[in-house]
Design a protein around this ligand. Structure first.
Ligand SMILES: Cc1cc2nc3c(=O)[nH]c(=O)nc-3n(C[C@H](O)[C@H](O)[C@H](O)COP(=O)(O)O)c2cc1C
Length: 213
């Protein structure tokens, strides 16, 4: 059982970005994978799950990532137990078609059901332009990113979401295909460094940002 904090209010309201971590703390990959799986229960457009994760948890991987990261984010990168880089997948609809095609070929659904699945929203994606696919994948990636921030706290860690990197070079820097993936955010994870002062950021009064139509 890796969930250490099941207090929803504490998990949500006491979440703040930590940018200096204890570099001696390691998070094993099984736990990282568990956190990723939990975060990936996020909703996504048409359940396409247009996200992809790159785990950066070794000095070599950090060195590669730092080539694209902005300098002001080096403290998180250097000290985090792991950085989970979230990319959006603009070809998730191709994956979706393959998955359902295989389900049909395995005899689990009828041809009619397959046609029904393929003809609902897939044409929208298959005829979409790059901007639509990038936006859709970015929205899905942001949903999973927010969940990951909360899951991290539930596991007893703190985090910092960040997108301060070169959007053009970060995808190849993390070993992904820039024709397919778009950057969404990086999430640095770990235990806070001893004595670190965490800024309790404030929010605007939500009423000032709300209209009723
Ligand atoms: C899309 C996005 C990009 C961000 N980029 C950075 C960044 O590059 N560096 C950084 O230190 N923090 C970054 N942050 C963290 C924000 O500064 C932080 O969430 C915000 O100030 C609110 O503070 P809190 O997280 O402590 O509540 C980013 C947050 C989001 C959502």
């Amino acid at each position: 059982m890796t969930v250490k904090n099941n207090d929803f209010e504490d998990v949500m309201f006491n979440r703040h970005s930590v940018r200096q971590f204890d570099p001696a703390v390691k998070i094993d990959r099984d736990e990282l994978q568990t956190m990723i799986a939990s975060a990936a229960t996020a909703p996504s457009a048409c359940n396409l799950q247009s996200w992809h994760f790159v785990v950066i948890d070794t000095p070599e991987a950090k060195a590669k990532f730092k080539k694209a990261a902005m300098k002001f984010n080096y403290p998180q990168v250097d000290s985090a137990s792991a950085i989970i880089f979230i990319a959006g997948d603009t070809q998730s609809h191709v994956v979706y078609r393959d998955v359902w095609q295989k389900v049909y070929e395995a005899g689990k659904i009828s041809k009619e059901r397959l046609e029904q699945i393929f003809n609902t929203f897939l044409p929208l994606y298959e005829h979409a332009d790059k901007d639509f696919l990038m936006l859709d994948a970015t929205l899905d990636g942001a949903m999973v990113g927010m969940q990951l921030l909360l899951v991290a706290r539930a596991h007893g860690y703190e985090a910092n979401p960040f997108s301060g990197y070169d959007f053009k070079t970060v995808i190849p820097a993390v070993g992904l295909d820039p024709e397919r993936y778009v950057p969404v955010m990086a999430v640095a994870l770990g235990k806070p460094a001893a004595g670190v002062d965490v800024l309790k950021t404030q929010r605007y009064d939500a009423k000032t940002q709300t209209e009723y139509l």
